[in-house]
Design a protein around this ligand. Structure first.
Ligand code: AHR
Length: 511
């Protein structure tokens, strides 16, 4: 139960007043919030890569070796820790050799999953590695297990990371890159229960071990291999992958995908034209993430008490109907204050489970689903979700502080969810950050906060909110959703009182 009642006397009458209370144990932090929880995902899907990231070297849009400067600059401000590529479902149809070598020799193929459009392979391995260099982030490549061969995957790893004399390294050098690259994360297929081959978990586990065996560590590069995991509450998939020591020995991570789809897949609702009922439904659906992480973690704990294998939530976010008039296969959606709330709530959940959750990748970086940035020709818009990632970057690699919250519920009709979501961390300089989300669009909340085990002398903060629940940023007009300074948190003796406005995300800094 989330309610705490204290009796107060007013006009001789006793009435019950709800108190929202947060306790933070500032001297009890043990676990690091991996910065990779703040990871991203870019697939060959719609205008994510083509137009959103890659415009080609001859484009009038300012670019560096074909990659948009504005997008790179915006993403660098998020300190993006890793980028997952080339899919998604696309990954299990992707043959990497199509995307290396002189542009004119690269074959055009059909992108069968996403709109059936022509994929000319102008953005391939070298271009992706260049992108990661420009972003200064770690590389996360998902190999093709669904329709590619073991040899093909093994050769890709060798092409990328080996320094030895071999046909693959010779090819890389001929294609203009003498030195091997560093590749940190390697996915062994994607959604292999579905678009990645419609496999049973047992069959996938056999293939995963086989492919993983041949993805070798070359020349000092050490791959963190991520087994393709379940969708949502498919706990049996996790059980099968985790139960056998021989499976566990072949992966350092297991992925989990879960999208926030309110209503149903055939009618997901508009990203910007929605009612309070849809707002509530989206929040309720997204909060299921906690139950899923807890459920999969319990299974993982059974077989891996040392928590050697991380849970990699490498696809998550809101999935709404595409914007009217856009290609259905391109998954282009706008992004409103509701997306910001969803992003913040999920990041708080990942932080809380950071002992097991080692990575998360919101889907997807540019122009697809819950994007950070939207582009239209030479123009770019920063979304409310972008600003949440910017505010939250202070949690990256900080130590999670155990916290306990008792709060009111946000009720609509018969249904209720906790109104507040919180997480707290302390960074290497001893600065405490607290992220607070109020999912109730109608009610400001007062939150009493007790920080145990630390002496606090000042508090400052930033807040993201807007007048309308569906406020969003768009091309050709001033921004409507962006963070501003917040001065509603006050120190009072040993306590801190925070006046949390309705439908807001805030980040507080305590010194
Ligand atoms: O992100 C869009 C798609 O969603 C991905 O390609 C796939 O992995 C998932 O089903």
């Amino acid at each position: 139960m989330f309610l705490l009642f204290v009796p107060i006397i007013s006009n001789g009458q006793t009435e019950e007043k709800q108190v929202n209370k947060l306790i933070i144990n500032a001297d009890m932090g043990k676990h690091k919030i991996s910065r990779h929880i703040y990871g991203h995902f870019a697939e060959h899907l719609g205008r994510c890569i083509y137009g959103g990231i890659w415009v080609g070297i001859d484009s009038p849009i300012p670019n560096t070796r074909g990659i948009r400067n504005d997008v790179v600059q915006a993403l660098r401000e998020l300190d993006i820790p890793n980028l997952r590529w080339p899919g998604g479902c696309f990954a299990d149809t992707y043959h990497w050799k199509d995307g290396v070598g002189p542009y004119n020799d690269r074959p055009s193929i059909v992108n069968v999953h996403w709109g059936g459009v022509t994929e000319d392979n102008s953005f391939g391995t070298h271009e992706f590695m260049e992108l990661c260099e420009q972003l200064d982030c770690e590389v996360y490549i998902t190999g093709n297990l669904g329709s590619g061969t073991v040899q093909e995957m093994a050769e890709w790893v060798e092409y990328l990371t080996s320094d030895a004399e071999s046909p693959m390294t010779k090819l890389r050098k001929e294609n203009g890159h003498k030195a091997p690259w560093q590749v940190k994360f390697w996915g062994i297929g994607n959604e292999n229960w579905g678009c990645g081959g419609n496999m049973s978990p047992e069959y996938y586990a056999d293939l995963m071990r086989r492919y993983s065996t041949y993805c070798r560590d070359f020349s000092g590069n050490k791959l963190i291999k991520i087994g393709g995991g379940p969708y949502g509450a498919d706990y049996n998939w996790t059980e099968v992958l985790m139960k056998e020591p021989k499976n566990r020995g072949m992966m350092q991570g297991l992925s989990l995908h879960y999208y926030t789809v309110f209503k149903d897949w055939g009618n997901k609702g508009s990203a910007t034209q929605f009612t309070e009922e849809e707002w509530f439904g989206t929040i309720k659906t997204t909060l299921k993430m906690e139950e899923l992480i807890s459920g999969h973690s319990t299974i993982m704990d059974k077989y891996d008490q040392e928590k050697r294998i991380g849970l990699y939530v490498d696809e998550w976010g809101n999935w709404f109907d595409v914007e009217p008039g856009t290609e259905p296969g391109f998954l282009y959606q706008q992004n409103s204050l509701r997306d910001a709330i969803v992003a913040a709530v999920n990041l708080n959940i990942f932080n809380q489970y950071c002992e097991r959750v080692k990575m998360a990748n919101i889907a997807q970086t540019v122009n697809v689903l819950q994007a950070m940035v939207l582009t239209r020709k030479q123009k770019m818009v920063l979304t409310p979700s972008y600003y949440v990632f910017k505010m939250y970057k202070v949690h990256q690699n900080a130590i999670l502080l155990p916290s306990e919250i008792k709060c009111e519920e946000y009720q609509l009709g018969e249904e209720k969810v906790p109104a507040l979501s919180v997480s707290a961390s302390v960074n290497k300089d001893g600065i405490i950050h607290i992220s607070v989300v109020n999912v109730n669009p109608n009610k400001n909340m007062r939150l009493e906060c007790e920080i145990r085990g630390a002496k606090i002398s000042s508090v400052s903060g930033e807040i993201l909110t807007a007048k309308e629940i569906n406020a969003f940023n768009d091309f050709d007009r001033n921004e409507r959703v962006f963070p501003v300074k917040f001065s509603g948190a006050k120190l009072k003796g040993e306590k801190m009182i925070i006046d949390v406005p309705a439908k807001s995300v805030m980040m507080l800094e305590l010194n």
